[in-house]
Design a binder for this molecule. Structure first.
Ligand SMILES: Nc1nc2c(ncn2[C@@H]2O[C@H](COP(=O)(O)OP(=O)(O)OP(=O)(O)O)[C@@H](O)[C@H]2O)c(=O)[nH]1
Ligand SMILES: [Mg+2]
Length: 395
């Protein structure tokens, strides 16, 4: 499993704090103090606070021992990371349990008691794959591969059949990673702030994902700022403020009805002034009309690129796994204008149709970057195609 975002450049291991003092390199000088945001661009409306400031800690301070683990030995850090990874893997497996039942377990049932793979079995297999929302096109391709494998006597038992399906699914998911931004490894050094815009129709889980994402990226040692640019819905900003408080990440917000591009402008300025590494931007899922929404997103992108070169560096389209093929249709609307670089697939825990991940990757031809596996703050994982496919097939 990869990181949520690029790890801080400071390599905690290189500080060798677990070695005797004389063997250690000199403690790096703390960076110059970070300027606080100028008062002017943040047009707060009292009594609502615009910027919920944390105490300003230089983001690359050697004193962030709790975050970077400077007080731990390399072995302890590796053990900690392995434990975390295992925990995420186990939680991910639990989240896709219903899909696993509907896919792998049903394939077992279809196969049970048969001596050979015949047309009847293939028909039933087709039903199983479609029921898991893998998509018609992918299903037909899988059946074609299986037929070919059977004809060549390469597939003649359940294990070979499952392996063929797994390989096909993995190929689709990995092919989609050649587009957009597939992992933290492509995040360039020196871009500050790195701007992530989160888009998608209402109710899919944008705000929740932002809360989770901010928390994880912060936990990886980065200074994160959230921009509440959904100024359309009355409660949107308050909802985000709760997440911001929960995760201890500062938030830039303004009163309802403010031009979202203006909130974004202020946030970009504040992020630059603070020296924030990542700015995560919440956007509206619904406006008076769809064309309004798309025009607004375009305007926000223009503002972002004017203020920070290359911004937004990622535009993540949030898709709700529960809505299945309908969600896919809605997603297409966004693709036309939003310049989407990746997908966040939420609510994987709430569906037996988690095969939609494959349909999305294939039909939208975009990588799935993160997956939502619950409503709590740490219920977000970096999507890993191999882990996903293995979890669906019980290993
Ligand atoms: N089970 C589960 N629920 C989720 C997940 N992600 C979000 N939710 C729930 O989905 C609901 C909607 O989430 P929001 O984050 O408010 O969605 P939104 O896209 O910001 O909605 P709008 O602001 O109305 O456009 C909330 O009840 C969340 O708790 C997930 O991964 N799993
Ligand atoms: Mg929202």
């Amino acid at each position: 499993m990869g990181l949520f975002w690029r790890r801080k450049k400071d390599d905690f291991v290189s500080l060798r704090l677990n070695e005797p003092a004389e063997a250690r390199p000199e403690t790096p000088a703390p960076p110059p103090p970070v300027e606080t945001p100028p008062a002017e661009p943040i047009k707060s409306e009292p009594p609502r606070e615009t910027v919920k400031e944390e105490p300003v800690v230089p983001s690359r301070s050697p004193f962030q021992t709790s975050v970077l683990g400077l007080n731990l030995s390399m072995e302890e850090l590796q053990a900690q990371e392995a434990a975390l990874e295992q925990e995420f893997s186990a939680r991910f497996r639990r989240a896709v349990a219903a899909t696993r039942d509907s896919l792998s377990d049903r394939i077992d049932t279809v196969f049970a008691g048969r001596k050979q793979i015949d047309d009847e079995l293939l028909d039933q297999l087709e039903e199983v794959l479609i029921a898991a929302d893998i998509g018609v096109q992918t299903t037909l391709e899988i059946l074609e591969t299986v037929r070919r494998g059977v004809a060549r006597k390469q597939i003649n038992d359940l294990d070979a059949l499952k392996l063929a399906i797994k390989t096909e699914l993995l190929n689709i998911l990995q092919a989609s990673e050649r587009q957009g931004v597939a992992s933290e490894t492509t995040v360039p050094e020196g871009v500050s702030p790195y701007v992530m815009m989160i888009v998608g129709v209402n109710g899919v889980g944008k705000t929740t994902t932002i809360g989770k994402l901010a928390q994880r990226i912060k936990a990886e040692g980065n200074d994160v700022l959230i921009c509440a640019a959904d100024t359309f819905r009355a409660a949107a900003s308050d909802q985000l403020a709760i997440w911001a408080e929960r995760t201890g990440v500062p938030l830039i917000q303004q009163k309802q009805g403010t031009d979202p591009a203006a909130v974004l402008f202020d946030s970009l300025k504040a992020a630059k002034a603070r020296g924030s590494e990542v700015l995560i931007v919440d956007t509206a899922g619904r406006l008076h009309t769809k064309s309004n929404l798309m025009a607004e997103l375009e305007k926000m992108k223009r503002v972002a690129s004017r203020e920070v070169e290359g911004a937004p560096h990622e535009t993540l389209l949030v898709v709700d796994a529960v809505t299945g093929q309908n969600g896919l249709e809605q997603a297409r609307q966004f693709l036309k204008v939003a310049g989407v670089t990746g997908i966040v697939l939420t609510k994987l825990d709430g569906t037996a149709k988690g095969g939609i991940a494959v349909a999305i990757a294939k039909e939208l031809n975009l990588p799935i970057r993160y997956a939502g596996i619950g409503e709590k703050v740490d219920d977000l994982v970096v999507f890993d195609p191999e882990q996903y496919v293995n979890s669906l097939f019980g290993n």
